[in-house]
Design a protein around this ligand. Structure first.
Ligand code: 5GP
Ligand code: MG
Length: 181
């Protein structure tokens, strides 16, 4: 890892908690009559998804929940561009509504791949709920249906997002400030 610090907090734990209340409300309002499957993309989505589904429960939403592990990035901050499946879902999504949940929408390659994959499996309707969105970085024309917060083109960690597998446990989102720039 390059020399860096994570002192700059962009979203506090209470900012996140408040935003998730409204996000869950919006998501619940859009839930249709078909069965709902929430698919989290690992590993970055695990904290966001865990908090989100408990807030959805308050609105009477009772989805099936599954995860898939997609890899698109090396160990550092650079993305490799190619997406591969490390672990697939096992819940049958045929004729269901799927909400894909991930930590951040960056170039759009991961989400684009996941949507295509679930379409191939027969999902009737697919929506994306992303904790963060970096619209300035988009390389594939894809947008999320629900977004927690927008961020500028900076590298962020916490609330599930990592730098070299560290910092996922932070209850807030911080910018990684590199000291060798
Ligand atoms: P994509 O470029 O395919 O939209 O996003 C791929 C993945 O890159 C995201 O799911 C996320 O894991 C990672 N990523 C993109 N931007 C950041 C960032 O600022 N911080 C961290 N920790 N991961 C990021
Ligand atoms: Mg990810």
């Amino acid at each position: 890892m390059r020399p860096h610090n994570t002192n700059k907090i962009l979203f506090s734990a209470s900012d996140i908690d408040a935003r998730l209340d409204t996000l869950a409300e919006d998501l619940a309002a859009g839930c249709r009559d078909r069965p709902l499957v929430i698919v989290g993309i690992l590993r970055g989505s695990f904290i966001f998804l865990a908090d989100l589904v408990r807030k959805l429960h308050v609105h009477g939403v009772n989805p099936q929940i599954d995860f898939m592990t997609l890899l698109s990035r090396g160990s550092g901050v650079e993305t490799t561009g190619k997406v591969i499946i490390r672990k697939d879902i096992t819940v049958d999504v045929k004729d269901t509504n799927v909400v894909l949940v991930d930590d951040i929408l960056d170039t759009g390659r991961t989400l684009n791949f996941a949507v295509q994959h679930l379409r191939d499996k027969g999902a009737a309707h697919i929506q994306a709920c992303m904790f963060l969105d970096k619209p300035s970085r988009r390389e594939v024309p894809i947008e999320a249906d629900f977004v927690g917060f927008e961020v500028d083109d900076v590298f962020v960690v916490g609330y599930g997002l990592d730098y070299d597998s560290y910092y996922r446990e932070l209850p807030h989102v911080a910018e990684v400030v590199f000291l060798d720039e």
